[in-house]
Ligand binder design. Structure first.
Ligand code: ATP
Ligand code: MG
Length: 399
């Protein structure tokens, strides 16, 4: 057993919570990702606690709590300005359709709870004294930097097929290798992923895509055939095999989706359908469509001032990111400089509006809209100054 002495603040702050559970006669441990990450010397972003106390018993011990997932034994406790997910020791049973368990059973010992966890490195617990509980050699796997299923990988993937996506997700985030038997089991069972909801797959896929080793993990995602069982990737291995050879790993979700779409050589009119198949939000879909539009445009010719204006700053920055990851030679600095030098960056910055045109004697209607558009274009491309006076002169000339 190993013991950690210098625990980060996030743990010491949570100690009184575990202490209170222990004082009431229950067992309580830090568990899962936080223990893994502290042992890896990675930033710990949140703390999960597992306890022998039932949810109702947990709630009695703390003034403020939220019933986060009370059926599954999880209560969120608010303590000294922080929140902690406290989950009762449990096993999961009755996995149907290779998805989440239909019911959980609360148990009285930690061992059972650790056994239900997916990988050895995620099945570590730590008590209030900093002692690590490691039933499956998770610490050794952390040192060897491998992902290994707890127990028989085949059985574990049949219980919950999402775990196969979690493998590649953690490989990417942690820069880990994959243990052989666990890899074999994915290769033999990848079709089970079809049973999993797209939302859950997307979540793990995006985490994989944004991890620091996403190119290596993506190679495993392809090699194990997992890629055949996610929306719109089947039969596209040749195109997708460029991903592991990219210049960089994406760090923005918009870049991830844009790159996938570009690699798949998707016609523009299919982007919406693709994004919806992956259950992406409309906002994400719109952003990606704008990026691809600008990317196509930039790949063809130097954009005009008005095209840069229409794209907007966010799309421009995101498109430059995409081009950079793809290794496309574009003069990003020049593009940003040109954008920054635009006379106006938003329509609302135009010195006049529709009301002004009406005051100038124009009647409301399509013609007015067209004139306003023309003025905007001329201002953006510096052909007229962005002042009421200059625009009035232009209007006079029109008459
Ligand atoms: P992250 O840093 O991304 O939050 P994490 O390890 O905390 O990583 P979570 O998805 O938050 O990952 O899950 C918390 C813990 O719950 C895991 O460490 C693991 O022990 C367990 N767990 C989560 N999902 C599963 C699953 N599908 N099967 C088995 N155990 C799981
Ligand atoms: Mg977590």
């Amino acid at each position: 057993m190993i013991k950690i002495d210098n625990l980060p603040n996030i743990f010491t702050k949570a100690m009184p919570v575990l202490q209170r559970l222990e004082d009431a006669g229950f067992e309580a441990y830090f568990v899962g990702g936080s223990v893994r990450d502290v042992l890896l010397d990675r930033h710990v972003h949140d703390i999960d606690i597992t306890t022998s106390a039932y949810p109702e018993e947990v709630k009695e011990l703390f003034e403020k709590s939220i019933d986060t997932g009370i059926k599954h034994g999880t209560v969120t406790v608010l303590y000294e300005g922080e929140s902690y997910e406290i989950t009762t020791f449990r096993t999961e049973s009755g996995y149907q359709d290779f998805r989440r368990p239909d019911h959980v059973t609360f148990v009285q010992n930690l061992d059972e709870d650790l056994k239900r966890r997916d990988f050895t490195i995620n099945a570590l617990a730590m008590d209030i004294r900093g002692q690590i509980i490691d039933l499956f050699n998770g610490v050794e796997d952390l040192k060897k930097r491998v992902i290994r299923a707890v127990g028989n990988p085949e059985t574990r993937f049949h219980e919950d097929a999402l775990r196969m996506m979690r493998v590649v997700r953690f490989m990417s985030q942690l820069e880990f290798k994959l243990e052989e038997k666990t890899e074999r089991a994915i290769k033999d069972n990848h079709e089970l992923l079809k049973k999993i909801s797209i939302e859950r797959i997307r979540e793990e896929f995006v985490k994989m895509g944004l991890g620091s080793h996403s190119r290596q993990a993506f190679q495993v995602f392809l090699d194990t055939q997992l890629s055949e069982d996610v929306p719109n990737f089947a039969g596209k291995k040749d195109l997708l095999s460029v991903y592991p050879k990219l210049q960089f790993s994406p760090t923005m979700e918009t870049s991830l989706w844009s790159i996938i779409i570009i690699l798949l050589k998707m016609p523009n009119e299919s982007i919406g359908k693709f994004m919806r198949a992956w259950k992406n939000s409309n906002a994400m879909t719109e952003k990606v469509e704008r990026i691809i539009n600008l990317f196509d445009l930039i790949s063809e010719h130097a954009p005009t001032d008005y095209e840069l204006f229409q794209a907007g700053e966010e799309t421009l920055i995101n498109t430059i990111d995409v081009a950079h990851i793809l290794g496309q030679p574009i003069s990003s600095e020049a593009l940003v400089d040109r954008y920054m030098a635009l006379p106006i960056k938003k329509s609302s910055e135009l010195a006049i509006d529709g009301r002004f045109l009406i005051e100038q004697g124009m009647r409301p209607g399509a013609k007015l809209g067209e004139t306003l558009n023309n003025i905007r274009k001329l201002v953006v491309s510096s052909e007229i100054e962005n002042t009421q006076e200059a625009i009035e002169v232009y209007l006079d000339e029109l008459k």
